[in-house]
Design a protein around this ligand. Structure first.
Ligand code: F6R
Ligand code: MN
Length: 189
């Protein structure tokens, strides 16, 4: 590929150019939030809120190159649990960085052998996902949480492992604070 330039359009929460845009609504995340009854209640009212979206630019796809983009997680909760991304592991040994541009959130990470870690992100901070760590982001504020990401183009994404086993911790709003609590539905490998 040739050298390239990408615009971060914060006003529209997009990168330009982009090769993919994805919107994730609550109906696509029924199995992800702990309070599944609350998800059913919201959907049965005819609502299907937008939880997050991202624009991605994949300039090449070939080994050694980078994908980059912008993710926006909207403010909101299902029960006590903050809006979040589905989360995934990379299939190959591939790190990732998340540069926060707007709002407040958490980058939650875990390994399949039981380690758990997290970092808080606010504008100006960069979260680093090391090789081998599954990752999910959570909007813990009351405005949009927006971050720029970059990771190797050939990383690959394993969503099934998170869908089936969950994350060890969930991030909830409790007693006016952001709390990390054990996920009762988490299945360790
Ligand atoms: C790519 C990456 C991010 C996420 C995005 C949405 O490897 O980690 O670009 O893809 O924040 O989250 P997921 O992919 O978990 O739906
Ligand atoms: Mn990733």
């Amino acid at each position: 590929m040739l050298p390239d330039r990408v615009i971060i359009d914060l006003e529209h929460r997009a990168v330009r150019p982009f090769t993919r845009k994805k919107e994730v609504r609550l109906s696509e995340m029924e199995d992800y939030f702990l309070d599944t009854d609350e998800v059913v209640r919201i959907l049965s009212r005819g609502e299907d809120p937008l939880v997050y979206e991202y624009y991605e630019y994949s300039p090449s796809g070939s080994q050694g190159n980078l994908n980059l983009g912008l993710t926006t997680i909207y403010p909101g909760k299902v029960g006590r649990e903050f809006y979040m991304t589905k989360g995934h592991y990379h299939e190959k040994d591939a790190a990732e960085l998340y540069y926060c541009l707007r709002g407040h959130g958490v980058l939650l990470m875990q390994t399949t052998d039981g380690k758990v870690s997290f970092v808080h992100l606010e504008p100006g901070s960069v979260g680093y996902v090391p090789v081998g760590w599954g990752h999910r982001t959570i909007n813990t504020g009351n405005e949009e949480f927006v971050f720029f990401f970059a990771y190797p183009s050939d990383a690959g994404h394993d969503y099934a492992i998170v869908k089936e086993r969950g994350f060890a911790k969930i991030v909830v709003h409790e007693n006016g604070r952001v709390e990390f609590v054990d996920n009762p539905r988490y299945k360790r490998a």
